[in-house]
Ligand binder design. Structure first.
Ligand code: SAH
Length: 258
């Protein structure tokens, strides 16, 4: 018996063993000895992860998949978390130890997985896995690109992102409509910002809300001094600003005297 794919859970099961192994091998196993796989499904990736030296835990929302895993992966049983990844409190797991995240992720919650990782980055030195290609590209793209946006800047502020390889639809059952892409995030040595983080997030989000306007126009609601608004950076559009320039911009805004 195998698990029947449920669309609302973003289930596309990987059929290709070589790709499963290739994804498992994207883990560097540096700086952690615990790994959490999100959405193991029938365990195609899990099988290769279990050959690693790290301790593998899985979190799966689908009860039918959980039952399948319990029957087919007997030694995994007490490391199966039968929960929704988006609803767990990370502090309740792995005794405060660092852990890596891996998965052929459910594409309907891709950005939420990234944002939850960013919020818990003190605990998560690495994330590897597969997203919709467009999302994978967006996370890894640098300034100047049309798809560079909020998720690119926020992720790259804390992680070095590498786009690794593309996976075509026909290796899944059922096949998704789009290509997939595998990426790796490695946390930067210094992953605390030199500026107020809340303000940084607000600046990035507000700037990209109107991505074709200049920063000067988009940040009107910040009530900045005329002097600051004359700064050259304010004549640029958000997609022209590197992560470091967004950090500098946040610092200037924080120090703006009105
Ligand atoms: N890794 C498997 C399955 C990928 S499909 C493979 O490669 O074949 C995505 C998996 O994520 C499904 O098993 C789905 O049930 C699970 N999933 C979806 N939403 C989830 C959530 N919020 N928390 C945990 N798992 C989830």
């Amino acid at each position: 018996m195998s698990v029947k794919a449920k669309k609302y859970l973003g289930q596309h099961f990987l059929k290709d063993e070589n790709i499963a192994k290739k994804i498992a091998d994207t883990l560097t196993e540096n700086g952690y000895d615990t790994v959490l796989e999100i959405g193991p499904g029938m365990g195609v990736l899990t099988k290769y992860l279990l050959k690693k030296k790290c301790s593998i835990h899985v979190i799966e929302i689908d009860k039918e998949s959980v039952e399948y895993l319990k029957v087919h992966y007997l030694n995994l049983t007490d490391r199966i978390i039968s929960e929704d990844f988006l609803r767990i409190n990370i502090a309740d797991y792995f005794q405060g130890k660092p852990f890596a995240i891996i998965g052929n992720f459910p594409y309907n919650i891709s950005s939420q997985i990234i944002f939850k990782t960013l919020e818990n980055r003190q605990r998560i030195p690495e994330l590897c896995g597969m997203f919709q290609k467009e999302v994978a590209k967006r996370i890894s793209e640098k300034s100047g690109s049309k798809i560079y946006g909020i998720i690119s800047v926020l992720t790259q502020a804390f992680y070095d992102v590498e786009y690794l390889f593309t996976v075509p639809p026909n290796v899944f059952n059922p096949p998704p409509k789009v290509d997939s892409g595998v990426i790796r995030l490695i946390r930067k040595e210094n992953y605390t910002l030199a500026v107020d983080e809340k303000l940084f997030f607000k600046v990035v989000k507000t700037a990209f809300n109107q991505r074709r306007k200049t920063i000067r126009n988009s940040l009107k609601t910040f009530n900045l001094s005329d002097k600051l608004r004359e700064d050259v950076i304010f004549a640029k559009r958000p997609e022209q600003l590197s992560v470091q320039e967004f950090i500098n911009l946040t610092e200037k805004i924080a120090n703006d005297a009105i």
